[in-house]
Design a protein around this ligand. Sequence first.
Ligand SMILES: *Cc1c(COP(=O)(O)O)cnc(C)c1O
Length: 409
Amino acid sequence: MNKYPVTKPYFTDEEIELMTESLNSGWVAQGSKVAEFERQVAHHEGVAEGVATTSCTTALHLALSVSGLGGGMDAIAPAFTFVATENAIIMTGATPVMCDIRRDFFNIDTECLIRIIESDYVQVDGKLINRINGNTLWGIVPVHEFGLCCDIYEVNRIAKEYGLKVVEDAACALGARIKEVHQGAFGNVSCISFHPRKSITTGEGGMILTDDPSLAKRMRELRTHGSTVSADARDKGKGFLLPEFNEAGYNYRMTDIQGAMGLAQIRKLDRIIDEKRKSANIYNDLIRKQLPEFISPTEPEGYFHTYQSYVCMLDIDRIGIDSIEDGGKFRNVLLQKLEDIGIATRQGTHAVHMLGYYRNRFGYVPEDYPNAYACDHLSVTLPLYVGLTQEDQEYIIKTIRKTIDEMKG
Ligand SMILES: *Cc1c(COP(=O)(O)O)cnc(C)c1O
C-alpha cells in the first residue's frame, strides 16, 4: 500500500447523501440528476449545453461522429496523449494522423500541425487529400493535457484557414481556461472525463459540451439508441407510444447514481482546483531550490492550469545522460525506488505512436515524433490531491533528492 498515491478523489458525506437520494427514489437510470449535472457543468464552463455520457472515450466517439468524422477520413491528434484520443478516432472508422507536441507544455505543436497539413495533403476540389492513403482530412482533435489548455486559438485559426473541423479532447481540463474563457467555450465541441484520475469523478463518466442546441439534441438521441420522440407522442400526449428510431445509435447513458455523485463533486470543483494550484506552487518552489534535475510544469501567461496532474520533465543534461533511451531507464529506476518507499509516481502519459497497435499498424519509429517520445521517457507525475500537505510535499521532494544522489553515486 502506497503512503502517497499519485492521486485520489475527494469525497465527503455529500456524495453519499445525494447518491442515497437517488437510490431511495427508485430512479437509478439516466434521469433528473444527470440533467441537473449537465446544466451545472455547462454553466461552470460558460457553455449552453452538456451531454453526459459513460466516459470521455464514448463522448469523443459521439462528438466526432456527429461532427462528420468517419471512414475514408483522417483526423490529426497529438502523439503524446492518453491512447483513448486516437482510439476514439478509430471507433468512427477514420484514421488518426499524429502530430508532435511541445516539450515545454505537453500540448500540440501548431507549427508541426501546419507542416503536416502542408506536406502530407494536396488540395483536390476544395478538399485536402492525403497523398499516401487517399483519405480526406476532416480536422483536428487537440488535447488540453494535464489540465492546461493547448494553443487553441492558433489551432482554431489553422482549422479555419484550411477548412477543417475541431473537436477538443478536454478529458483532463474541466475548469481550465485562457484569460476568462473556459475550455468548452473556444467555439468547438469539447469532451471531458469524470474518471477518478481527473479533477472530479463519477466513477466512470464523461460529458460533451457545445453551444449548438441542435447538435446537443442529436447527440442526446444517439446516446439513447438513436431514439426520437414522435410528433404524435409529443404533441398529443400519447405517452404509451414508443419513440421512433431513425438512426442506429448507442447506449452511452450515465446513471442517475453517477449524476448524483457528479452533483456533489461539481460543488467541490473550484476548491479542488484551488488547493491543487497551491500545492503545485509549493512543488515549483521546492523543485527550484532542491531538484535542479527536474523541470517543473509551466503555465503560460494568461493560462489557468488546473493541475489535473503535476507533471515534470527529467533534465538529463544535468544528470549527465546523453540519450533519451538511457534517460528513460534512469527515470524508471527512480520511479521504482520511489514506489518501494511508498511514493507513487507515473510517467505523464504515453507516446501513442510507440504503443503496440499503432506501432504495428503504421510502422512508426520513435523519431517520428521526437518530443512525444522524449516526454514518454522523461516525464514524472508527482502525487497531487486534496489533503496532501506541505510537509508531505517536502518529504516527497527530499526523498527524490536523496534517491537521485544515491543513483548518481
Ligand atoms: C482520461 C483521458 C481520456 C479518457 O477518458 P475516459 O473517461 O477514461 O474514457 C481521453 N483523453 C485524455 C487526454 C485523457 O486524459
